[in-house]
Design a protein around this ligand. Structure first.
Ligand SMILES: [Zn+2]
Length: 140
């Protein structure tokens, strides 16, 4: 399915968020790599990734589907890049426990990593804090 990648101003931290818009269905995914803000406007799918229909049949007309909008405003987000990988994986850290788990994971696998960071957003001071745990991408 075709999608259009674009960027927009993050509604939370005003950073640059990426948007992935599926023009055939109107579904949209937004992710901000600075604060972890995420918004998903999609048709409801079951755990296998199949569209859920209102009448339970295989009629996938838009009016027979459930439209869902989900917004996630996590405490922080992370980026991690393994040495043999070309892509940086990014995701959300919703709770302080998740942040601690991520730190432990990075610590235990640090020989395999090229880059690992935690970026958190403070709603009171409205500032983003980038904490680099490992960074071998910029020679010092
Ligand atoms: Zn943001």
């Amino acid at each position: 399915m075709g999608s259009v990648l674009d960027t927009m101003e993050c509604p939370r931290c005003k950073g640059e968020a990426t948007t992935d818009f599926y023009y055939k269905t109107g579904e949209e995914y937004v992710f901000c790599p600075s604060c972890g803000y995420r918004r998903e406007c999609t048709y409801l799918r079951d755990e296998n990734g199949n569209l859920v229909t209102k009448d339970g049949t295989d009629n996938y007309e838009f009016k027979n589907l459930f439209w869902t909008e989900k917004e996630v405003q996590p405490l922080a987000c992370y980026g991690i890049k393994f040495k043999e990988s070309i892509a940086t994986q990014m995701g959300c850290l919703e709770t302080t426990e998740k942040i601690e788990e991520f730190r432990a994971e990075v610590e235990s696998r640090k020989d395999e990593l090229e880059l690992a960071y935690i970026s958190s957003y403070d709603t009171e001071s409205e500032t983003t804090t980038l904490e680099k745990l490992i960074d071998l991408t910029t020679p010092s």
